[in-house]
Design a protein around this ligand. Structure first.
Ligand code: KDG
Length: 314
């Protein structure tokens, strides 16, 4: 099994149990969230090893996150608990269709204080892949520098970099800064995993072929563009193609679908499967993720994943 490294902000999520505006909802369920943590949980459910680097506050949310992570068999040694800053959280509405409303409470959170010195001891020996998302890049200058340090070290050590832009415009100071920094990381990545609307926003281009060409010319080695229910398009200098998506009868919650896709794609590639299988596994886990309301509660075990994929993937 492979060893992955990821770094980011874990959040507590309060999931509305009734429809309506967040300000009006009184019943919420507590859960674990954070894009990189969702990915770590998904990989660990498939029996891969994950080093998750983060910081939480020395508060009840931080304790809840650390204890829950340990239950998923994810190592917690690289999660620091600090007294100086609090753990972030967010609220998520319940909707009949489309994306839910969200409200963040994460400014100056503990994770936003991650800095280069927190990751300098990390060894890339025996690491098989680095996972990075655009959410961390938006949190603060210090975590941005730490992510830059990680991708440079990964490149030096020839460890493949998987980068999901996870655009969160509300976390960035401006659209221009967001596009510039996200594209800087995209051009350095071995696998860049945008959704189609994210890729269009980042490049101003419309078709998957033109978008792929743009990134491949700028240095991205492989691009996989998520097309929602349509599946996903992949391209490298050598090959390209589209892999059909899975039919989901009832979408419960779209948050976390992209993380599920990343889990499927990365785990399959690192297990030695083809890009076609990897994209199909990504589509499968993305579909499973939207069928449940938690940000990571739909991520499958290996048996569940295999049973679901059997009907559709080669
Ligand atoms: O990808 C899912 C994440 O969006 C969610 O778990 C919360 O990390 C989060 C964020 O910043 O939106």
């Amino acid at each position: 099994m492979a060893k992955f490294v990821t770094m980011g902000e874990p959040l507590v999520v309060f999931i509305a149990k009734e429809e309506g505006l967040l300000k009006d909802v009184s019943l919420f369920e507590k859960g674990l969230a954070g894009a990189e943590l969702n990915v770590a949980i998904g990989l660990s459910r498939l029996d891969h090893q994950v080093d998750y680097i983060s910081k939480v506050g020395a508060d009840p949310f931080g304790e809840y996150i650390k204890e829950s992570i340990a239950q998923y068999q994810i190592a917690t040694e690289k999660i620091q608990m600090v007294k100086s800053h609090q753990t972030g959280f967010y609220m998520k509405s319940k909707v009949a269709s489309g994306d839910p409303d969200i409200a963040y409470y994460r400014k100056s959170s503990a994770a936003s204080t991650i800095q280069v010195k927190d990751v300098m001891q990390l060894s890339f020996q025996n690491v098989n892949a680095l996972h990075v998302t655009g959410i961390s890049l938006a949190l603060s200058e210090s975590i941005l520098q730490a992510e830059r340090y990680l991708i440079k070290e990964a490149a030096i050590n020839e460890v493949p970099i998987f980068f999901d832009p996870n655009l969160r415009p509300q976390l960035w100071e401006s659209e221009e800064v967001m596009k510039t920094i996200i594209n800087e990381f995209a051009y350095m990545s071995d696998y860049f995993l945008p959704g189609i609307s994210e890729a269009q926003r980042l490049t101003g281009l419309q078709s998957v072929e033109k978008i792929a060409q743009h990134y491949l010319i700028h240095g991205t080695k492989n691009i996989v563009i998520k097309l929602g229910a349509e599946g996903a398009y992949f391209a490298s200098k050598e090959e390209s193609g589209t892999i059909k998506g899975f039919l989901v009868k009832e979408v419960v919650d779209t948050v976390g679908a992209g993380d599920g896709f990343a889990v499927g794609l990365m785990s399959s590639l690192l297990e030695g499967y083809t890009i076609e299988n990897a994209v199909c596994r990504g589509n499968a886990i993305g579909a499973l993720a939207v069928m449940s309301e938690g940000d990571n509660s739909g991520l499958p075990s290996r048996d569940e994943m295999e049973a679901y994929m059997a009907k559709h993937c080669k």
